[in-house]
Design a protein around this ligand. Sequence first.
Ligand code: PMP
Length: 440
Amino acid sequence: LAKTFLVNRSTIVTAMNMLISDGLLDTAHGAGTYVSSNPWSLLIHRSVNWSHYVSTGSFRENLPSVQAINRYEATPGILRLGTGELSPDLFPRNYFQTAIEKVSRSVSSLGYAEPLGLLSLRKTLSSLLAKQDISASPSNILVTSGSLQALQLISVSILRAGATVFTESPSYLKSLQLFQSAGLHLKGIPLDKDGLEYWRISSSFFDFHRQTLLYTIPTNHNPTGITMSERRRHELIEFCNHLQLPIIEDDAYGSLYFEPNPPKPLKALDKNDAIIYLGTTSKSLAAGLRVGWLVAPEAIVQRLGDVKMQMDYGASSLSQLILTEIIESGNYTTYTKQLQQKLLQRRNMALTVLNEYFSDLGTWNIPKGGFYIWVTLRKRIPMEILFCKAIKKGILLNPGDMYDFNPNHSLRISYAYLNKQEFTKGIQELAILIRSLSKN
Ligand code: PMP
């Protein structure tokens, strides 16, 4: 039954060379080529081709500009003009010192925390939330490793791939990336000065009737700085209740409203248990604590807590103990009040600088809290070139495109990180760069 195939000589030479390089054949001058005496050489000599692995897995790659920002942020002296971090000058060192000393004296062991997070912290958070008119018992609270993890837990534990998430357009970049990595379908909804234009959901809602959810950042929105008006909040909740559309309320910047009469969180208006609320200490205390919290109906909290145990065995017990102490001592509330005032001064400083150097180059909103001013350039210029040229000048930008579903010509400018001198220098240099690019 044997068949004969004619094979080109060079094919055989190539095949032999491959077997030699794989260690299955040995060759020596004068001795010819023979089967390797050490079949294990295959395992010993071959090295893993990691390039087959790095681009797989369920997570999408970050956009190149996001990867660049992540890398350059650590560069000493770089002016982080759009960063989402608080300035190290604002770090409450004394509050941490006191809390850490107290925790180290009282703690008797440092084991894994309960699946939903330390009960002591959940009780403390329950009282903190009550001050915002959010009623949540400890069993309605899950402590997470930052609110980004809460979003991830939601994406992979209670939603099916192919489910639709409506989000503001633009929105918090990492959430968009994470939703997409989980195979969720995103639909961007524009905002006006009062927040999300919820009525625009109607037209596409019924196309996505399977599993749907709305993700919103109603207070001090990232990246635009917009705060949803009281009226829009009530209308949104009514609208979503009518459609039975659950809401994820991301309140990362909620405690940083610095104008009088802060709006209530959506969750405080939620009579139907239709909202999953997310809080974090990352913007109002210290991002490195990696502690956030999620408020939801018990069944959802249990499900997410179960998945969290599979992911990381719970948020850091040490961070949870320190945070409990800082909140219980009253220092958290004192700090956030001081922070609001400092951010207000910084916002005013930033507006003065922008008015002086940028009024002919862009337009912007006046935020009532949080970190960000959304600057839209009057003239379209290539944003990737601006980003690269700015890096050469020692300025790290956060171009608006990263946050959006469609191309835009905006920049997220933050007043939370740089001091007056650095901010002014950054804006002056940026204005020069934009002028030179607008000429071309
Ligand atoms: N939500 C929003 C709107 C944010 O801006 C951020 C951080 N930039 C997060 C969530 C994630 O914060 P955390 O550090 O708590 O994971």
